[in-house]
Design a protein around this ligand. Structure first.
Ligand SMILES: [Zn+2]
Length: 331
């Protein structure tokens, strides 16, 4: 059996010699659970739950496990070849492989999780995806980065288990290549066929005409869509608004707009067309776009080639991953 982590051992040792002062390990389990909610999940499963039997039992409180946020980079080995510098600044910290963390989480959470959010930079392997879909079938909000290509079988198998999925944040493809369009089409079709309750989606990919058509064809039930901070073809956005019968909110905050698709004399700026604004405001409850002098747009697009501190850059991209003007997509 593993020893408790050092930081929790030190709490216990400080308690010795305090006479009748109530000891941490005897604290009411509900109070302990509320304290554990303030901790990073990895600290609960690898630290607090291993201190004593009372803390172990308090760690099983269901309210701790409804939402699984694996956003902290300090505890999980990312091993992301695209971002080799990601963990340099915290190299001395104790880290675990993602699968080990998922297994431990499952030991505590069972079928309880309904929200599962990964850090933008986490590498999800096929075995990770299979594990979470089989052990966490009740997920209804999911943020899933897609750095590694997953086989069609494992993608379909995983999403077919998430019948209750209502909200999805899906990361970009890596690597981007000619097969991206076919993969994108397969993924959207699979999600549409298997997750009939999906109403809200955010894609970290360009809004092209092909993608807009795939949305209309495969995901006709969508009510809220976000392409926040992406390249957007104006015509594609217009056809999305017209083609999705239930669409209520379209978020195009911090986007860069173009008339044509990438590769076709691609020119862009930060202004949506008047027609897009007119159709959006007529048909939707809310079309969300930036004002012409939005400072965040200036920073993202006009200064995008500026050399930045990589650690700060990762943090700001993670913030973009977790933020959205559509309430269901922010966490
Ligand atoms: Zn903006």
């Amino acid at each position: 059996m593993s020893l408790p982590s050092q930081k929790f051992m030190s709490i216990e040792s400080h308690e010795e010699g305090f006479g009748n002062v109530p000891r941490w390990e005897n604290m009411n389990k509900d109070i302990l659970s509320n304290i554990f909610k303030k901790l990073d999940l990895v600290d609960v499963i690898m630290g607090a739950s291993r201190v004593c039997i009372n803390w172990f039992l308090a760690s099983h409180n269901k309210t701790l496990w409804k939402t699984i946020k694996l956003n902290e980079l300090d505890s999980i080995i990312l091993d992301n070849p695209k971002e080799p510098s990601m963990q340099d600044s915290v190299i001395e910290k104790r880290r675990y492989h993602l699968m080990n963390i998922l297994i431990e989480i499952n030991n505590f959470s069972r079928n309880v999780p309904i929200n599962l959010f990964f850090n933008r930079y986490t590498i999800i392997l096929e075995e990770d995806l299979t594990f979470i879909s089989e052990r966490m079938p009740n997920i209804n909000r999911l943020a899933l980065p897609m750095w590694k290509p997953l086989s069609q079988n494992s993608f379909r198998s995983a999403f077919s288990k998430w019948k209750n999925l209502k909200t999805l944040i899906l990361g970009p493809f890596q690597p981007l290549n000619d097969s991206s369009t076919a993969r994108d089409q397969f993924e959207l079709q699979t999600i549409g066929e298997t997750c009939r309750n999906l109403t809200t989606i955010k894609l970290f990919r360009m809004l092209s005409k092909i993608r807009a058509n795939d949305f209309i064809r495969y995901l006709p039930n969508l009510e809220r869509v976000s392409f926040r901070r992406q390249n957007v073809c104006r015509e594609a956005a217009t056809s999305l608004i017209i083609g999705l019968p239930n669409l209520k909110i379209l978020n195009l905050t911090h986007c860069r707009f173009s008339e044509l698709q990438r590769g076709e004399n691609y020119e862009s700026d930060m202004t949506p067309s008047e027609e897009l604004i007119r159709i959006g405001t007529e048909k939707l409850d809310k079309l969300i776009v930036c004002c012409s002098d939005c400072p965040i747009c200036q920073d993202i697009w006009k200064h995008r080639f500026r050399q930045r501190d990589p650690y700060k850059d990762h943090n700001s991209k993670e913030k973009l991953w977790k933020s959205d003007e559509i309430e269901e997509l922010a966490y």
